[in-house]
Ligand binder design. Structure first.
Ligand code: GDP
Ligand code: MG
Length: 403
């Protein structure tokens, strides 16, 4: 059959032979291996119609598209390594019309521990799997990927099935729940998430699958499947909620090198922030002991950790100490400033307002001349660290500060 089968696989030895065996009539099978450490590649090599490629994990959607890009035929049959094409499916595929705008959907028999589960929303479970690669492909979702449906597409449902070894154990259910919920939360930052929504949705998911979709007919298996489904819903929304409330995890990194007086002024300005970071790290490019003493003396003034990261003075090694500080930082969001930049009170809150995944935010600075700088530093040291309270306010009024 002049169709390219595409499979992405990771540690798929358990069902791969059966899978490939069921596909032996196809012209070629592209197997894209995602860093398997088991016998996946060896098994694949023993089938003459298989071509093996490799990738790291780049997301399920992107991996499926990468596999398609290696296919020599226009028509693609995308199947997973734990799925088996049933014999009558092959016959049905042979008789398809293969019009370019047609997408063929196949129903899956999903198995839990070798039992076909027809409840819990697991059946008929149509998935779009056969299509022309010049017409469509998968979306780039990291998880829960699907074939993009163009406007003029015609989706046709086939009568025969794919057998899917969906889950073989409770550990597998729980492991996948953990993996998929993390990916989902990372990819759905635009959605809203609150603890209440997480709880209500997950309870509804359980009731729907166990009662309305008749999970109870399958004894403990129906219960476990509904339970993990519901847990998945709870955990994915809660993970998203935690990501969204990441203002609790901002690391402010301040670089310094033997500039104790200005560092004091900078630390004073951080004490006046209207939104505190969750920690401050002083990235010290090898200052003498007096800087350490200054940092020590400030620790008690903060209710957040103030951490001194220091390496030996062996020349200008600012990038290195910055990287050390970034390595030690616990925050999800990192802000780096120099040890002579006095912050406006809204510095961190402004950042959080604009913070976006994949975006670097850059601020500008108001450069103070020597006279003003000296006055500020004199005030700071005179007042034992509190002298800048008013000056800082003036700076803010003038639109100054480093943001
Ligand atoms: N679980 C998992 N599967 C992967 C990964 N990379 C590739 N795969 C393959 O992706 C396909 C779908 O994975 P599977 O665990 O069966 O997910 P399901 O869609 O929940 O049934 C299978 O062919 C796997 O071998 C990975 O990092 N994790
Ligand atoms: Mg599977």
């Amino acid at each position: 059959m002049k169709i390219s089968v595409t499979i992405i696989a990771k540690n798929a030895q358990k069902h791969l032979s059966e899978c490939l065996q069921s596909l032996s009539e196809f012209d070629e099978i592209i197997l894209l291996d995602n860093e398997s450490s088991d016998e996946t590649r060896e098994i694949a090599k023993s089938y003459p119609n298989v071509r093996i490629f490799s990738t790291e994990f780049i997301g399920f959607g992107a991996m499926k598209n990468l596999a398609i890009s290696y296919a020599k035929n226009e028509w693609i049959f995308s199947i997973d390594s734990d799925e088996i094409a049933e014999p009558d499916l092959l016959e049905e595929i042979k008789n398809l019309k293969f019009k370019q705008n047609e997408i063929y959907a196949i129903s899956r028999k999903n198995l839990y521990k070798n039992e076909w589960i027809k409840a819990c929303g697991w059946y008929p479970d149509y998935v779009n799997r056969i299509f022309n690669k010049n017409f469509t492909k998968f979306n780039d979702n990291e998880v829960h990927e699907s074939v993009t449906i163009p406007k003029n597409a015609k989706i046709l449902r086939l009568d025969s099935h794919i057998k899917h070894y969906a889950y073989g154990s409770i550990s597998q259910l729980s492991h996948k729940m953990e993996f998929y919920s993390t990916l989902w939360a990372r990819n759905n930052a635009h959605k809203s998430a609150t603890p209440l929504k997480a709880i209500v949705r997950s309870m509804w998911s359980f009731v729907r699958n166990y009662l309305f979709k008749k999970g109870f007919l399958y004894g403990y298996k129906g219960f476990i499947i509904s339970f993990f489904n519901a847990s998945g819903v709870l955990v994915k929304y809660m993970k998203l909620y935690e990501l969204k409330t990441r203002e609790n995890s901002v690391s402010l990194i301040i670089t310094t090198y033997n500039q104790k007086e200005s560092l004091r002024a900078v630390l004073d300005s951080t004490l006046r922030l209207n939104k505190m970071p969750s920690e401050i790290l002083i990235a010290d490019d090898g200052s003498k002991a007096d800087t350490r003493e200054l940092v020590e003396s400030y620790k008690a003034k903060f209710h957040i950790p103030l951490i001194h990261i220091w390496h030996e003075d062996r020349g200008f090694r600012l990038s290195h100490i910055r990287n050390l500080a970034i390595d030690s930082a616990n925050g999800e969001y990192i802000i780096i400033i120099d040890g002579d930049m006095i912050l406006e009170p809204n510095f961190v809150s402004d950042h959080l307002e604009k913070a976006k995944k994949g975006v670097f935010l850059q601020g500008s600075r108001v450069i103070l001349d020597e006279k003003v700088s000296k006055e500020i530093l004199a005030l700071t040291s005179q007042n034992g660290g509190n002298g800048l309270r008013e000056n800082g306010g003036n700076n803010a009024d003038n639109g100054g500060g480093s943001k």
